[in-house]
Ligand binder design. Structure first.
Ligand code: G3P
Ligand code: CA
Length: 289
C-alpha cells in the first residue's frame, strides 16, 4: 500500500489523537515518513510568504505550509519574513526616503501598495504582502494546515495575544481545527505565552535546546524544531523521550531541507517533519512520490 495511504488509514484508526499529532500517526503505523511542510509556502517556486506560494504548495499536493507573522505600524498582522520590507518588496522605489524600511514603521495601507513578487520573478509582478487575515482565508480555501511562526516577537509586544485573537475570530481555535495549526517561534518566552493563553494550541520551539534542558521546554512546547545541521539520531530520540504539555511525545520538525540527499539523511534520524522550500523534492527523495 502507498505510504501516504497507510498513514491516512492509521490516522483514521487513531482518530483525534492522530489528528493532533501527525508524526505519532506515522510512527504508530510503523511508517517513518515525516510530514513535509512547505517553508514560507512553496518558496522554491513562488515568492515566499505570499498567497501564490501557498496556492503553489496546494497545487503540488502539500497540505502543510509555514509562514512568518509580524505587525505593521498601525497594528495589522502581516505575513513576511524579514523585519525590513527591503529584500522581498519594491519598498525602496515606492518609499525611497524611509530606510531601513522596517515593517513596524509602515502602515498596512502603505504595505498593501508594495509589489512582493517582482523581486522573485517578473511573472509574479503585482503580488502583495498578505495580511494574516487574508492569508488564513486562503489557507481555509485551500484546505491547508499552518505552521505559523511568530517572527521577532520582541519587536511587537502583545503579538501572541493578537495572533490568537485573530485565529480565534476566524475559527482556528475550534476543537475541530486545532489539528491544522501549530504556532512556533525562536523565542521560548513567546511560545510559553501562547501556551499559557491558549493551552489547547499545539506549539513549537525553533532551536536545539540541550538535552539537559528539554524537560523545561516540555512544559510548554509540543515540538522542538531545529536546523537540520544540528541534528543527530540520538538527539531526536532524546526529544521523543519527553512528553509535551498535551501528554504526547515531543516531536521534531527539521529545517530547511532543500535537496534529496539531505532529506534522506534527516528522515533517517526519525524526525516527524521536514520543512522545505521544495516539498516535491523532499517527497520524491523519501520515496513517497
Ligand atoms: O520553520 C523553520 C524556519 O522558518 C525558521 O527559520 O528564518 O526561515 O524563519 P526562518
Ligand atoms: Ca519561518
Amino acid at each position: 500500500m502507498h505510504a501516504r495511504v497507510v498513514a491516512a488509514t492509521v490516522a483514521a484508526v487513531l482518530g483525534t489523537a492522530a489528528l493532533l499529532n501527525p508524526g505519532a500517526a506515522a510512527r504508530a503505523g510503523g511508517v517513518c515518513e515525516p510530514a513535509v511542510i512547505a517553508h514560507r509556502g512553496a518558496s522554491g517556486y513562488a515568492p515566499e510568504n505570499t498567497l501564490v506560494s501557498i496556492d503553489k504548495a496546494a497545487q503540488l499536493g502539500f497540505s502543510w505550509v509555514e509562514n512568518d507573522v509580524q505587525r505593521t505600524k498601525d497594528g495589522e498582522l502581516v505575513v513576511i519574513h524579514d523585519d525590513s520590507l527591503q529584500r522581498t518588496t519594491n519598498v525602496e522605489q515606492v518609499f525611497p526616503g524611509r530606510a531601513p524600511w522596517k515593517v513596524k514603521d509602515f502602515t498596512a495601507a502603505e504595505i498593501a501598495r508594495l509589489d512582493a513578487g517582482s523581486w522573485y520573478s517578473p511573472a509574479y509582478a503585482g503580488t502583495r504582502v498578505p495580511t494574516l487575515d487574508q492569508y488564513m482565508r486562503r489557507i481555509e480555501h485551500n484546505h491547508e494546515k499552518l505552521l505559523l511562526e511568530i517572527k521577532n516577537p520582541e519587536l511587537y509586544p502583545g503579538i501572541e495575544q493578537q495572533t490568537l485573537k485573530l485565529l480565534g475570530d476566524d475559527g482556528w481555535l475550534d476543537h475541530k481545527h486545532l489539528g491544522r495549526l501549530i504556532v512556533q517561534s525562536f523565542s521560548a518566552d513567546s511560545i510559553r505565552t501562547v501556551h499559557e493563553l491558549e493551552p489547547a494550541v499545539t506549539t513549537g520551539y525553533l532551536g536545539s535546546p540541550t538535552v539537559a534542558w528539554l524537560h523545561q521546554y516540555a512544559g510548554f512546547t509540543d515540538l522542538v524544531n531545529p536546523p537540520y545541521g544540528s541534528l543527530s539520531k540520538g538527539y531526536v530520540a532524546a526529544v521523543h523521550a519527553f512528553d509535551g504539555p498535551h501528554g504526547r511525545p515531543l516531536e521534531v520538525f527539521a529545517w530547511t531541507v532543500n535537496d534529496a540527499a539531505t532529506a534522506r539523511k534527516v528522515a533517517g534520524y526519525d524526525v516527524d517533519g521536514i520543512i522545505t522550500n521544495k516539498p516535491d523534492v523532499v517527497r520524491a527523495a523519501l520515496g513517497s512520490d
